[in-house]
Design a protein around this ligand. Structure first.
Ligand code: ADP
Ligand code: MG
Length: 336
């Protein structure tokens, strides 16, 4: 009997392609499996290329977002993959699937949000494709970036004893989503606004990514799109190592903590498995971590949070409430 592809899961499906695709072209430095593909450019530079898609009622509901916020987010989540390699954006291409009934105002608002985000990050819209979609809005953006080849930070360089760091707060986006879905509201209007904004209008950490790439010693990097546990798991899989994550070390906002408290929840879960934070998660040799943390604060005014350690094993263990748990084993109730 022919099985259904959904049973393979997202990463099983990607593997159907990855296992058969060749990445042997002379220009290919990095093929499928990282935040961006990396291609040799002239001289010392390389091109970065990444594609991400947003689908109505999978990634967003029209009732939750303004068109401009949606345009911003469509580009921002793609730029975050450029940030995750340490690169600088250059250009973007927009593939648009639109139901014919979508108001022109909506398309103009989406355009304005997308172009404003592009202007902010020096990323020009240079092309795309437009089709009628019978099943809702679909946006797929491809972004192109550029950087010096020897500065590229992949997911594959983490080594045992490296410190796992986050470049910003996690959990706000998932907390914001839970508010949009109608869960709990016993927090102030400004906290609510902050959490919902984090979900609807994430900012790619391009300046941090570039800065880290120029500092020798960052061994691996990814952006947190699927939750800290899963994204750290990608680094472990590509680097052939394991990791220990300390749940209480996760940087969580006061607003997320207050919301969790008001609903009897635990804000750490939003950070561990919520996703869509689009902050950078990276690994640094232990002896360099303090210096990088201090100079990043001094030079970029960005706080770096150590949250765990790379180990010689495999997979991610989470230290929480006095025990070590492996989220993927199904033994961890916090994910249910
Ligand atoms: P990210 O969360 O950083 O956008 P993904 O988890 O979506 O990354 O993708 C992981 C890797 O798989 C990336 O290198 C991406 O380019 C690749 N990939 C995803 N879907 C496909 C596909 N349908 N065909 C080929 N490569 C894919
Ligand atoms: Mg990514």
């Amino acid at each position: 009997m022919n099985s259904k592809a959904g049973g393979l899961g997202e990463f099983g499906i990607v593997d159907l392609f990855r296992s058969q695709a060749s990445a042997e072209g002379k220009q290919v430095i990095q093929g499928i499996g990282d935040d961006c593909a990396v291609l040799a450019a002239g001289g010392q530079d390389c091109w970065l290329v990444s594609t991400d898609m947003l689908c109505q009622d999978v990634h967003f509901r029209l009732s939750d977002t303004t068109p401009a916020q949606l345009g911003h987010k469509a580009l921002a989540v793609n730029l975050s993959d450029i940030a995750a390699m340490g690169g600088e954006p250059v250009a973007t291409f927009l593939a648009l699937g639109l139901p014919a009934t979508v108001p022109t105002d909506f398309v103009q608002g989406f355009r304005d949000g997308l172009l404003a985000c592009g202007r902010e990050h020096h990323c020009e819209l240079l092309g795309g494709d437009t089709v009628a979609s019978p099943t809702g809005l679909v946006f797929s953006l491809t972004v192109i970036g550029r950087m010096p080849r020897e500065q590229v930070i992949t997911r594959a360089g983490a080594r045992p004893d490296d410190i796992v760091c986050l470049g910003g707060l996690v959990g706000d986006s998932a907390a914001g989503l839970s508010l949009l879905l109608g869960q709990g509201a016993a927090i102030s209007a400004s906290e609510r606004e902050k959490l919902v904004h984090a979900h609807l209008q994430p900012e790619p950490q391009l300046a941090l990514g570039r800065w880290l790439a120029q500092k020798a010693g960052v061994s691996a990097m990814i952006d947190v799109s699927d939750g800290v546990v899963q994204d750290l798991g990608h680094i472990c899989a590509e680097s052939g190592c394991g990791a220990e994550l300390v749940a209480d070390a996760l940087p969580l906002s006061v607003a997320a903590r207050n919301l969790a408290q008001s609903t009897g929840g635990d804000a750490r879960h939003w950070g561990l498995s919520g996703g869509e934070d689009y902050v950078l998660l990276f690994c640094v040799p232990a002896e360099r971590q303090q210096e990088i943390t201090q100079s990043c604060l001094a030079e970029l005014k960005i706080e770096i949070f150590p949250v765990g350690t790379i180990t010689a094993g495999a997979g991610v263990r989470v230290g929480i409430d006095g025990t070590w748990q492996r989220p993927s084993s199904g033994g961890w109730d916090h994910f249910k």
